[in-house]
Design a protein around this ligand. Structure first.
Ligand SMILES: [Fe+2]
Ligand SMILES: [Fe+2]
Length: 206
């Protein structure tokens, strides 16, 4: 009996270019986990895969709801896409809650996983075909990070590297290395500032 592969972390590269690329990488990783579930017959593997899917979806939904959706709502003055996405998240979370306490011992379990995968597929399609292109066009330039403190450093660095300004609710870090990385990244001029600097008369350049 082989344990299912953990693909979520491996398929979410730290070098992803921007927040949207990171969210897309999460979508791809979860889709692969659902594909692995389809292939397995082992109840132990099914349970492990579902635990991984539920964790990945919960973290992803939290980041979208606390960081990405508010930024999209503000940048696009959106009153439709984000509220709909939140309702879809609620449906996904409801199925996750049902699966969390269940044993993979019958048709009902498989049916719940199948419906969850269909909900997620539909939701991802709307994000990637509609919300992400509009967000990219709107050029989000500032996000507020109010996620759990142990995620502040990573999200801050990812946003800064993508050229997006960041307000962190509490600039927390777990290690001093994370603090150094945040300071170093924040000290590097953002791409838009580099472009502005290139346009300035020579005597105004710092
Ligand atoms: Fe979402
Ligand atoms: Fe998403």
């Amino acid at each position: 009996m082989t344990a299912p592969k953990t693909t979520h972390a491996a398929k979410t590269p730290a070098a992803a270019k921007d927040a949207i690329a990171l969210l897309k990488a999460d979508h791809e990783a979860v889709s692969q986990l659902f594909a692995e579930y389809e292939k397995t017959r082992s109840p132990i593997n099914k349970k492990a895969l579902v635990a991984e899917i539920c964790m990945a979806l919960s973290v992803h939904a939290q980041i979208e709801e606390e960081v990405f959706y508010p930024a999209v709502k503000a940048a696009l003055k959106d009153k439709v896409m984000v509220p709909e996405a939140k309702v879809e998240h609620a449906g996904i979370k409801d199925l996750i809650a049902q699966l969390k306490g269940a044993e993979p011992d019958g048709e009902a379990y498989d049916a719940k996983v199948k419906v969850l995968s269909e909900y997620v597929k539909h939701h991802v399609k709307e994000e990637q075909n509609e919300m992400f292109p509009k967000a990219r066009k709107a050029k989000l330039d500032l996000v507020t990070i109010i996620t759990p403190h142990n995620s502040h450093a990573d999200l801050t660095v990812q946003c800064l590297k993508a050229g997006v300004g960041v307000v962190v609710e509490k600039p927390m870090a777990i290690t001093t290395a994370e603090v150094s990385t945040m300071i170093a990244t924040a000290s590097t001029p953002m791409p838009s500032m580099r472009r502005m600097k290139g346009m300035m008369p020579r005597d105004r350049r710092g």
